[in-house]
Design a protein around this ligand. Structure first.
Ligand code: HEC
Ligand code: HEC
Ligand code: HEC
Ligand code: HEC
Length: 104
């Protein structure tokens, strides 16, 4: 039992250690800042950037998880997945916008 707990602890630690990278940096490592920013330069309204997300991942209606389809037409990707603030593996919360206990 103890061994299992240790193993579990070590595994979760290893996973979080690997995950401590910003979403933007992880993407930039793969294909540069240009993968989201036109010519590598941030746009003024980030519409271009949010188009890019969908080019690779699909639209709100096509993504897994009901919280995507529910917010179609209301939110853009970066409202929940802020690439320069969130880490790889970090799940967007709901409380920032809903204070009525809505959860995934
Ligand atoms: C996964 C897509 C993605 C990648 C890759 C990415 N960014 Fe961003 N970036 C965004 C989005 C979306 C925003 C809008 C702000 C937000 O939601 O975090 C942003 C915002 C910015 C801003 C702030 C602009 C402002 O006016 O507030 C800068 C500067 C920036 N990015 C630079 C970079 C640089 C430099 C790289 C490469 C190292 C990079 N970004 C890689 C998606 C990305
Ligand atoms: C309302 C907030 C919200 C918006 C807007 C949103 N997402 Fe998500 N997304 C989530 C949550 C919460 C999860 C994690 C739960 C899950 O995977 O079902 C997630 C998971 C994901 C994942 C899987 C991550 C993983 O760990 O495998 C991808 C990829 C993703 N979203 C891409 C997008 C893209 C692309 C857009 C825009 C078209 C978008 N999301 C818009 C909340 C959001
Ligand atoms: C050039 C293609 C490309 C673009 C553009 C792109 N992504 Fe990704 N994204 C990937 C790939 C490849 C992965 C790693 C494999 C996977 O998890 O699907 C990934 C992974 C992710 C993940 C999962 C990270 C995790 O926790 O495991 C999220 C969330 C995500 N992207 C959101 C976004 C958002 C938001 C944008 C736009 C601001 C975006 N992506 C733009 C290709 C892209
Ligand atoms: C960036 C802000 C934001 C985040 C984060 C967010 N939501 Fe929302 N959500 C909205 C807005 C705006 C609406 C439309 C107005 C409303 O119903 O409150 C909405 C509507 C909803 C609805 C009602 C949809 C309908 O058809 O009427 C549900 C259910 C919901 N959100 C669940 C969630 C869950 C679950 C999460 C976490 C994964 C989440 N939301 C995260 C902004 C957000």
């Amino acid at each position: 039992m103890r061994k299992w707990l240790m193993l579990l602890f070590c595994c979760s630690f290893a996973v979080s250690a690997v995950s401590a990278e910003l979403l933007a940096d992880m993407h930039a490592d793969m294909a540069g800042c240009e993968s989201c920013h036109e010519d590598g330069e941030p746009s003024s309204d980030f519409a271009f950037e949010n188009e890019q997300c969908q080019t690779c991942h699909g639209a709100m209606t096509e993504l897994d998880g009901e919280h995507h389809a529910i917010h179609d037409g209301m939110l853009v990707c970066s409202d929940c997945h802020s690439p320069h603030e969130m880490e790889v593996g970090q799940q967007p919360g709901c409380d920032d916008c809903h204070d009525d206990g809505r959860t995934p």
